[in-house]
Write a protein that binds this ligand. Structure first.
Ligand code: NAP
Length: 230
């Protein structure tokens, strides 16, 4: 049985990752901030004994270290999915909220690297581990024609840069890294006007994960495999 770890597992894309991997008979380690309020995830675990839920706030590095220390299983795929938008109405250029910016960077960038550091030993024990970062096309500098969203865009651009280096650094250990744009998805973050639903996004990313080869490590791609501009 293969093992996948997913952060931000209680709603949106994280929940759909849990649903699909549970159905596919993987061992699913689901991390979310408040398991006691994760109603849909808890309901899912009633049907799937292969789904295990633990508390994790990804900005809490001690929490990350403790979970990594207590996890005995090898990991095949680690999905760093938890993220926030950060930007709020009224806080664009001229009135930026610097506390919110630091929190956005902590959540979207620094946590991903901390998770990779803490869990890479588990990924390295299997035949070929894969660390997946859920980024965004909004982190693309080349694609930025609209401006704004300074907190979110900068956090995802930084995530991309960090993950690209991680891909190179982990290759000798046979651990791959993929950076995904999941599409514009109808979730709490994506809103009701998103172009696709979570099922389509996750089905696409799972297909790419399934067929991953180490030579692809460090790619920034859309859920359907289309290369994304940096
Ligand atoms: N939806 C889109 O169109 C879209 C497009 C591009 C990229 N993305 C990226 O896809 C990922 C998932 O987005 P989504 O659409 O599923 O968003 P979402 O519905 O807003 O869900 C975000 C998830 O992240 C969790 N989270 C936030 N801060 C956390 C923290 N400090 N510790 C642990 N968990 C935390 C949330 O948990 P709580 O319930 O506890 O808040 C929730 O489970 C994000 O990285 C996002 O940037 C989404």
């Amino acid at each position: 049985m293969k093992t996948v770890v997913i952060t931000g597992a209680n709603r949106g894309l994280g929940l759909e990752f849990c649903r699909q991997y549970s159905q596919a008979d993987w061992q699913v380690i689901a991390y979310c901030r408040q398991p006691e309020h994760a109603d849909e995830l808890n309901a899912l675990s009633q049907n799937y004994p292969n789904l295990h839920i633990f508390a994790l706030d990804v900005t809490d590095h001690d929490n990350i270290d403790a979970l990594a220390a207590e996890l005995e299983t090898d990991i095949d795929v680690f999905i760093s999915n938890a993220g926030i938008y950060g930007d709020t109405v009224g806080h664009g250029f001229g009135n930026l909220d610097y506390t919110a910016w630091q929190h956005t960077l902590n959540t979207n960038v620094i946590s991903a690297m901390k998770l990779a550091e803490a869990f890479s030993p588990h990924l390295g024990r299997g035949p070929q581990g894969l660390f997946v970062a859920i980024s965004s096309l909004m982190g693309s500098i080349a694609d930025n024609g609209g401006g704004g969203s300074i907190l979110y865009r900068s956090s995802k651009a930084a995530l991309n840069a960090a993950m690209k280096s991680l891909a190179i650094d982990l290759t000798p250990q046979q651990i791959g890294v993929l950076i995904f744009h999941p599409g514009w998805v109808r979730t709490d973050m994506g809103g009701p006007n998103g172009l696709i639903n979570a099922e389509e996004s996750i089905t696409g990313m799972r297909h790419i994960i399934e067929n991953f080869e180490l030579s692809q490590s460090g790619q920034f791609i859309k859920y359907d495999g289309t290369p994304m501009p940096w």
